[in-house]
Design a protein around this ligand. Structure first.
Ligand code: PPS
Length: 302
C-alpha cells in the first residue's frame, strides 16, 4: 500500500500556505481551493468517520481502530502507512493521491479521518447516518502540540513565536479554526447521531477501557489477549518507532522531523513547559468565557 500518484513529491520545501475561510472557518489554501471536492464527497452507510481537531491524537485512534479491525495482528496492521489505510478526507498534497481519490478506491467498510468542525462535514455523512468516532484533547496540550507541528509541517503556515501562535490559536486564526467551536460542536452532537466521543486524557489513563469502548462501538468482540496486543501496539513507545504511523515515510520537504518529531511527547500536561503564569491566567479566563455555554469537561493533568 502506498500514497500512489503519478506525480513526484516536492524536492524542496514548498512555500508555506495562506489560510482561506470556508464558511467562516480558516483552512489551508490547498484545501480551500479544492473545497467543492470535499463538500460533494459521497459517503456510504458503513463508512466510519474518525474526527479530531488537529493534534488531538488522530494517529493514535486511527492505529487503535486499525488494530481492532486486524484483531491485534501486528503483521497485518503493517500492510501500509496509517494515512493510506485510513485516509484523510480533506488532504490535497502536491505529488500524492488526494484523500478523496484514495477513499473512492477503497473497499468497504471505509474508515476515514477528518479534522472538520461539525458544520463543515459533507452532508452525505449525515444522510447515510454514518458512525463517527470523535477524539478530543484538552485545549492547552492540543495547542502546544499544534505549535510544534506548525514548526515542522510545511503544509501549514509558519508557527511564529510561541506567543504569536498562542494568540492565533485563541483567536481561531489557525487551520481548521477555533478549537473551542470544534469541541463544543461535536460534544453537542454526540447524543443526536451515532457518535462515540472519547478524550485523549482518558486514553492515557486507561487505554484498555477506551479500546473496549471503540471495539463495542464497531460491533467487535475482542479476546483478552487481543486487547493486550492492541494496548501494546498502540502505545506511544511502540508507535514512535513504527514507520507505518510515525510519518517517517513522508519526505522531509513536507514534515521536517529534525525540527520536531511527529511522535513528539505523547503526554498530558506538557503545556506546563510552555505557558508563563500570566499567559496561563489569561488563557484560562478566556477559556471560561468561550466554554461556559457547554457541559464538556476536560482534564489537563492526570
Ligand atoms: S495530526 O497531524 O493532526 O493527525 O496529529 P495527531 O495524530 O492528531 O496528533 C499527534 C499528537 O498525538 C500524540 N500521539 C500519542 N499520544 C499518546 N499515545 C500515543 N500512542 C500517541 N500517538 C500519537 C503525538 O505525540 C502528538 O502529540 P504531542 O503532544 O505533540 O506529542
Amino acid at each position: 500500500m502506498s500514497r500512489s500518484s503519478n506525480l513526484e513529491p516536492p524536492k524542496v520545501k514548498p512555500p508555506r500556505p495562506q489560510l482561506k475561510p470556508i464558511h467562516g472557518v480558516p483552512l489551508p489554501e490547498w484545501l480551500a481551493d479544492n473545497w467543492a471536492k470535499v463538500e460533494h464527497f459521497q459517503a456510504k452507510p458503513d463508512d466510519v468517520l474518525i474526527v479530531t481537531y488537529p493534534k488531538a491524537g488522530t494517529t493514535w485512534i486511527q492505529q487503535i481502530v486499525d488494530l481492532i479491525n486486524c484483531n491485534g495482528d501486528a503483521e497485518l496492521s503493517k500492510r501500509g502507512p496509517i494515512d493510506v489505510k485510513i485516509p484523510f478526507l480533506e488532504i490535497f498534497a502536491e505529488g500524492f493521491a488526494t484523500g478523496v481519490e484514495m477513499i473512492e478506491k477503497m473497499p468497504s467498510p471505509r474508515f476515514i479521518k477528518t479534522h472538520l468542525p461539525i458544520q463543515l462535514v459533507p452532508k452525505s455523512f449525515w444522510e447515510k447516518d454514518c458512525k463517527m468516532i470523535v477524539l478530543a484533547r484538552n485545549s492547552k496540550d492540543n495547542l502546544v502540540s499544534y505549535f510544534h507541528f506548525h514548526r515542522m509541517n510545511y503544509a501549514l503556515p509558519e508557527a511564529g513565536t510561541w506567543l504569536q501562535f498562542l494568540q492565533k490559536f485563541v483567536n481561531g486564526q489557525v487551520a481548521w479554526g477555533f478549537w473551542y467551536d470544534h469541541a463544543k460542536g461535536w460534544w453537542e452532537a454526540k447524543n443526536k447521531h451515532r457518535i462515540l466521543f472519547l478524550f485523549y486524557e482518558d486514553m492515557k489513563e486507561k487505554p484498555s477501557r477506551e479500546i473496549l469502548k471503540v471495539a463495542k462501538f464497531l460491533d467487535k468482540v475482542l479476546e483478552e489477549d487481543v486487547i493486550e496486543k492492541v494496548v501494546e501496539l498502540s502505545s506511544f513507545a511502540v508507535m514512535k518507532d513504527d514507520p507505518m504511523v510515525n510519518y517517517s515515510t513522508l519526505p522531509s520537504t513536507i514534515f521536517d522531523q529534525t525540527i520536531s518529531c511527529f511522535m513528539r511527547k505523547g503526554e498530558v500536561g506538557d503545556w506546563k513547559n510552555h505557558f508563563t503564569v500570566a499567559q496561563h491566567e489569561a488563557f484560562e479566563e478566556d477559556y471560561e468565557r468561550k466554554m461556559r455555554d457547554s457541559s464538556i469537561k476536560f482534564r489537563d493533568v492526570l
